[in-house]
Design a protein around this ligand. Structure first.
Ligand code: CO
Length: 136
């Protein structure tokens, strides 16, 4: 193993049913403010990023009934959906996943929110956590 591929926690993503209520909760209770909001139609989600030091809480809500986040909420209810790790090179990190027998959801890096490049790693083979690799 050479240099670590995961350089920082980018975000912890939390699936919620009511985005406005979740934003209000974090704002009222913890003084957290929205740094970025985006609707990503290709993923069927709307997100609000709340800054915590150099990382974010990513509040995620589905924008359609067929969205993976809608299915997640139906199955598991609200809660932690995935962890986003910063990487310098998304393709290299994804290659390492494949080389170590992991299962990828994305076979190749693709555009994420905020102009990032991302890839998701399947929770099966990753100790039950959906992992997002985030390259800025
Ligand atoms: Co994410």
């Amino acid at each position: 193993m050479t240099a670590p591929l995961l350089t920082e926690i980018d975000h912890v993503a939390i699936a919620v049913r009511d985005l406005e209520a979740a934003i209000a909760y974090y704002g009222d209770t913890f003084g957290a403010t929205v740094a970025h909001r985006e609707r990503i139609d290709s993923d069927g989600v709307e997100e609000a990023l709340l800054k915590v030091a150099d990382s974010y809480i990513q509040l995620l809500t589905p924008t359609s009934e067929t969205s993976p986040v809608a299915r997640y909420l139906e199955k598991n209810g609200e809660g932690i959906h995935h962890v986003g790790y910063r990487v310098d090179d998304c393709a290299a990190a994804l290659r390492s996943v494949a080389e170590h027998g992991g299962r990828m959801i994305d076979q190749a890096p693709r555009p994420g929110s905020r102009g990032t490049t991302v890839a998701f790693v399947h929770p099966k083979g990753a100790f039950g956590t959906l992992i997002e690799l985030v390259q800025e």
